[in-house]
Design a protein around this ligand. Structure first.
Ligand SMILES: *Cc1c(COP(=O)(O)O)cnc(C)c1O
Length: 710
C-alpha cells in the first residue's frame, strides 16, 4: 500500500478510505461491479469522463469529494464490504487448483502473450487474442492457477478508431501515461527497478519491466521507451503490431528473450512456459542458451525445454503465421547460435518453413517443435491445425499430428451484464461463480419466468441503444454538427425493434458486408409492417488492411441509403466497453466468417452467456455449441460461397428469426424467443466459460508437465 503511494507519487487519501488506492492498482476491481460502484459513487461524471480508469480517477477527483465519501456512512459500509471480499479473495487455500493439485501449487507457469485485453482503460490489446489472454489471466487468479504473465506495456497501445465524415477509418494513437494506468515498476530482490537487455544488430536494446496486478496474478510488461535506447528502439514497443518486418522481429526478440531475462531478474524460475501464439516463441532459444551456459549440451537443453513448453496456435490461415526470411534472421541473431553451441545452419533449421518466396524461420514451427503440448482453440481449429502442420510430423497420419485442442471460453464475471448477474445471484445461489462450469447448476434456469427474461431483455436493449445514441452524438459533435442534428440522435433506432449485432475486427474473411448482397431483399426484411429489424455494427480494421477499411466505409454508407437508413448504424471505436454493451444489449449475435477461418471466436460466447442467441456460420466454437434450440446455423458445413451464404442468411431471417421474435402471446411476450434465450444461457454459460477452459488447460496441458518436473 505505502509502496503504491510512494512509487506512484499519490498524495495520501483520507485515512478511512485509503485502501481505494490499493483497489485501483489491482484489476480485481474490474470484474467486481460493487468495486466499480465505489468510484462511481464518489463522482459518476468523472468516472465516465476518464473512461472507467480508477488510477486516473484518483489523480483527478476533487479532495472535497473524497472527504465527503470518507464521512458518508453508506459509502463506508459499501467500501468495507468490497474490501472484505477483496481480502478474502487473496486467500488461496480454497481455490480449485490448490485443492486439486496440492503438490503442484508452488510451481509456476509463465504465460507469454503479445497482448492482454483486461479492461478498456488499458489499451494493450487489439482483438480476440488479447481478450483471451486477459480472461485467461483473470481466471488463473480466480482458480488459483500459479501463473505469471509476460508481455508488453505499449506506450501507445492499439489505436483509437475515428470515422471521418466520408466514412473512412482514421487511426489515432494516444500516448498512455504510465502514471495513469495501474502499473508499477517491477523491482528485483535488492529493490532495484528491473531493466533487461537484448542484443540487436550493432546495439543493445533495453526494456524496463512494469508490474500489473490481476487479482493474485502478476503480469510483467516490458517497455523499451527508456534511456539510453536510440529513438528507433524507444519506438520498438510503442504500438501493437506496428512497423515493418524488422521492427516486428526486434519486438518479438524483446518479448521472448527479454521476457525470460525479466523473469530471472525478478527471481522467477517457472517450471512451464506457455506461448500463447508464436510471437513469444524466441523464448525457446533463450532458454536453450541458458541451459547451454549452465553446462548442458544442446541436445540436453532442447530436451529440457521441450519437456516444459506449451504452445497454443490461433491462426487457421497460413499467411497469419509470423515467419522471418533467413537473411534477416542471420543479421539479428548473429552469434546467438554460438551461445547455443550449434552452427548457423543448425540454428536456421530449427524452425525452417519453406515459402514460395524462400526459406523462413517460422515462429509457429519453433513453438510447435520445441513444445510438449500443442493445441488449437476449437475442435474444428484443431482439425485444421493438424492438417496445416502435418508436414512437421510426416511419419504419422494427419490424425496423428500431435496437436490437440482446447476450445476457448470467456471470463464470466467480466462479460455478464450486472442486470443478468442480479438474476443469476438470486436463481443460482450466492456462490454460483464458484460453480460456473457445472452444467447441472444451470438447469435452475427453468425457474426463470418468461416475463422476467423478457423484461431484462428490453431493459438491456434500451441501455445499449442509449449508449449507441450517445456515441453517435459525440461523433457528430466532433464533426461540427448543429443542435438539430445532435437532437435528432435521440430519435435514432427503435427501442422495441429486433436488433441484430455484428461487432468484430473488420478482417475481410469475417464478411461484414455479406448482409448487403441483395439490398432489396434486405429492405423488405427490415421494413415488414409491425416487424422492424435493425443492425448495429462495430469493429476496427487493421490500419494497413485497405479491403477491411473499405468494408467499414460500405457499412457506413449503407447506413444513409434510402430504405436502410434508420435501421443500420456503425458505432465508432469498438473496444471492451463497446463490446460489453453490445454482447448484452442486442437480440441476436451475427457471425459470418468464411469457414474455417474463424479459429474460435469468443464474442458469440459473451452473447450466449447474456441470453442472446447466435446466428452464425458453422465455424469456430459454434458447431460445438449449436443444438438446434439455442440459435441458428447459417448454411452448411460446405466450403463457403458468399452468394449462397447470403441467401441462407436471408432465409433464416425471413422464416425463423423475425417470426420468432414477433410471435407474441396474450401478454406480449415472445415465448419461443425467451425459450431460446434460456437455452442459449444453459448451453453456453458453463461449457464456454473460461473456468471450463482453464481447468482443461490445467488438467490436459499444465499439470501433466508439472508432475514430470520436480
Ligand atoms: C470478445 C472480443 C473480441 C473477440 O471476439 P471475436 O468473436 O473473435 O470477434 C474482439 N474484440 C473485443 C473488443 C472483444 O470484446
Amino acid at each position: 500500500m505505502d509502496t503504491i503511494q510512494l512509487a506512484a507519487g499519490f498524495t495520501p487519501l483520507p485515512q478511512r478510505i485509503r485502501r481505494l488506492l490499493e483497489l485501483a492498482y489491482n484489476l480485481w476491481w474490474s470484474w467486481h461491479p460493487e468495486a466499480c460502484a465505489l468510484f462511481q459513487k464518489i463522482d459518476a461524471d468523472l468516472w465516465e469522463e476518464i473512461y472507467h480508469n480508477p488510477v486516473k480517477f484518483l489523480r483527478e477527483v476533487r479532495q472535497s469529494d473524497l472527504d465527503a465519501a470518507a464521512q458518508d456512512g453508506e459509502f463506508l459500509r459499501a467500501y468495507h464490504a468490497v474490501l472484505a471480499d477483496f481480502d478474502a479473495y487473496q486467500v488461496f487455500d480454497k481455490t480449485w487448483f490448490h485443492r486439486q493439485f496440492p503438490d503442484e501449487k508452488s510451481k509456476q507457469i509463465a504465460y507469454f502473450s503479445a497482448e492482454f485485453g483486461l479492461h478498456e482503460s488499458l489499451p494493450i490489446y487489439s482483438g480476440g487474442l488479447g481478450i483471451l489472454s486477459g480472461d485467461h489471466t483473470k481466471e488463473a487468479s480466480d482458480l488459483g492457477v500459479p501463473l505469471v504473465g509476460v508481455g508488453f506495456l505499449y506506450p501507445q497501445g492499439y489505436f483509437k478508431q475515428v470515422i471521418t465524415a466520408d466514412g473512412s477509418q482514421e487511426a489515432i494513437y494516444q500516448k498512455v501515461r504510465f502514471t495513469e494506468v495501474p502499473a508499477l515498476p517491477a523491482y528485483d530482490a535488492k529493490g532495484k527497478e528491473v531493466v533487461v537487455a537484448v542484443g540487436l544488430p550493432g546495439r543493445t536494446v533495453y526494456a524496463k519491466v512494469w508490474r500489473i496486478q490481476v487479482g493474485n496474478v502478476s503480469l510483467y510488461l516490458m517497455d523499451t521507451d527508456i534511456h539510453p535506447n536510440a529513438p528507433a528502439d524507444r519506438e520498438l514497443s510503442a504500438r501493437l503490431y506496428g512497423g515493418d518486418q524488422e521492427m516486428r522481429l526486434a519486438q518479438e526478440m524483446v518479448l521472448g528473450i527479454g521476457g525470460v531475462r525479466a523473469l530471472r531478474k525478478l527471481g522467477h524460475l517457472p517450471t512451464i512456459y506457455h506461448m500463447n501464439e508464436g510471437h513469444s516463441a524466441f523464448l525457446v532459444l533463450e532458454r536453450i542458451r541458458e541451459y547451454v551456459a549452465a553446462g548442458k549440451s544442446f541436445e540436453e537443453a532442447t530436451d529440457l525445454v521441450r519437456k516444459t513448453s506449451v504452445f497454443t496456435t490461433h491462426t487457421p490461415v497460413p499467411a497469419g503465421h509470423d515467419a522471418f526470411p533467413f537473411p534477416m534472421m542471420e543479421k539479428f541473431f548473429d552469434g546467438f547460435w554460438d551461445s547455443m553451441n550449434i552452427s548457423k545452419d543448425e540454428f536456421l533449421e530449427m524452425a525452417r518453413h519453406d515459402q514460395s518466396w524462400g526459406p523462413t524461420f517460422s515462429m509457429t514451427v519453433l513453438g510447435m517443435r520445441f513444445s510438449n503440448k500443442r493445441n488449437g482453440v476449437s475442435k474444428l481449429h484443431g482439425e485444421v491445425s493438424r492438417q496445416m502442420w502435418h508436414w512437421l510430423w510426416p511419419e504419422g497420419s494427419i490424425q496423428d499430428t500431435p496437436i490437440s485442442y482446447v476450445t476457448n471460453g470467456i471470463h464470466t464475471e467480466s462479460w455478464l451484464a450486472p442486470e443478468m448477474k442480479a438474476i443469476f445471484d438470486r436463481l443460482l445461489g450466492k456462490d454460483w461463480v464458484l460453480h460456473i462450469d457445472d452444467t447441472a447448476m444451470w438447469d435452475a434456469l427453468d425457474q426463470l419466468s418468461d416475463a422476467e427474461l423478457w423484461d431484462v431483455r428490453n431493459r438491456l436493449r434500451a441501455k445499449m441503444l442509449n449508449f449507441v445514441r450517445m456515441r453517435t452524438r459525440a461523433r457528430l459533435a466532433r464533426l461540427g454538427a448543429d443542435k438539430s442534428q445532435l437532437d435528432a440522435t435521440y430519435q435514432l433506432l427503435n427501442n422495441n425493434a429486433l436488433t441484430i449485432g455484428f461487432a468484430r475486427r473488420f478482417a475481410t474473411y469475417k464478411r461484414a458486408t455479406i448482409l448487403f448482397t441483395d439490398t432489396e431483399r434486405l429492405k423488405r426484411i427490415i421494413h415488414t409492417a409491425g416487424r422492424p429489424v435493425q443492425f448495429v455494427f462495430a469493429g476496427k480494421a487493421h490500419p494497413r488492411d485497405e479491403p477491411g477499411k473499405n468494408f467499414i466505409r460500405e457499412v457506413y454508407h449503407r447506413s444513409f441509403e434510402a430504405g436502410l437508413a434508420g435501421h443500420i448504424i456503425f458505432v465508432e471505436d469498438y473496444d471492451i466497453n463497446v463490446a460489453r454493451y453490445l454482447v448484452s444489449g442486442v437480440d441476436v449475435w451475427l457471425n459470418t466468417p468464411r469457414r474455417p477461418h474463424e479459429a474460435s471466436g469468443t464474442s458469440g460466447q459473451k452473447a450466449g452467456l447474456n441470453g442472446i442467441p447466435n446466428l452464425s456460420i458453422s465455424d469456430g466454437w459454434w458447431p460445438e455449441a449449436y443444438n438446434g434450440k439455442n440459435g441458428w446455423v447459417i448454411g452448411t458445413d460446405e466450403e463457403s460461397d458468399d452468394h449462397r451464404d447470403a441467401n441462407y442468411l436471408y432465409e433464416l431471417l425471413e422464416n425463423e428469426v423475425v417470426p420468432r421474435f414477433y410471435d407474441r402471446n396474450d401478454v406480449g411476450i415472445p415465448e419461443g424467443w425467451t425459450a431460446m434465450m434460456r437455452e442459449a444461457i444453459r448451453t453456453v454459460a458453463p461449457q464456454f466459460s473460461m473456468t471450463r477452459m482453464l481447468k482443461d488447460y490445467s488438467t490436459e496441458l499444465y499439470v501433466p508437465l508439472l508432475k514430470e518436473m520436480k
